[in-house]
Design a protein around this ligand. Structure first.
Ligand SMILES: [Zn+2]
Length: 209
């Protein structure tokens, strides 16, 4: 069905990915329709460039649909035969698929390499988190997507992965005062799934942050 030939460098390219059948102009029209629907006048000075700004912003926020923007994940031979837990933490920013509203927070990641396997360039983890976050997401699926991409990079040659995402959902915090919109999800594979003391060690590292 999709017959896309547009060059990604071409300014007339579709919004997010080459497979998108929607042009920037069609998308801007749609945004003007939304502005009218909420009671705005899209042609007033403050809004006249807003559809164009949103399209350009979405290109960045939703780059996770574009396989050409997938981060290259560097891996190294585990020359030192390290089988200690490797831990990383940082921020994530994503958009909920139910309301197209931001949710964001902290990620806490750990893995245990295989003695004869490969190890991850730790700086790449944040890039993978950023790429997987740049789609309409569920917090649970985001956790899975991150681990899947990192596991693929290691050819699944790993003892186990652990991830916790602590997020705040603006679709909840901006509506009503009863629900603070905080959500925490965790996902474990391999030895983290089978060995409770490793999970405890991981949670201990999280609490030290
Ligand atoms: Zn939501």
């Amino acid at each position: 069905m999709e017959t896309f030939t547009s060059d990604p460098q071409d300014t007339g390219r579709p919004l997010i990915q080459q497979a998108s059948p929607v042009t920037d102009e069609q998308l801007q029209d749609a945004i003007r329709t939304v502005l009218k629907a909420i009671g705005e006048e899209p042609s007033r000075e403050g809004l006249v460039d807003t559809p164009d700004r949103i399209v350009r912003m979405w290109r960045e926020l939703f780059r996770g649909y574009d396989p050409t923007q997938k981060p290259k994940i560097t891996t190294f031979e585990n020359d030192a035969h390290n089988t200690e837990m490797v831990f990383d933490t940082g921020d994530f920013y994503s958009m909920c698929e139910h309301h197209c509203m931001p949710f964001f927070g902290q990620y806490y990641f750990a893995y245990i390499p295989q003695d004869d396997g490969r190890i991850l360039g730790i700086s790449k983890i944040a890039r993978v988190v950023g790429y997987c976050s740049a789609r309409l997401q569920l917090q649970e699926r985001l956790a899975h997507d991150i681990i899947e991409m990192l596991s693929d990079a290691l050819d699944n040659q790993v003892q186990g992965f652990a991830i916790v995402l602590k997020g705040m959902h603006t679709c909840k915090t901006m509506r009503g005062v009863k629900n603070k919109g905080n959500m925490c999800v965790s996902y474990f594979t391999g030895v983290f799934r089978t060995n409770p003391s490793l999970r405890e060690e991981f949670y201990h590292l999280i609490n030290m942050q």
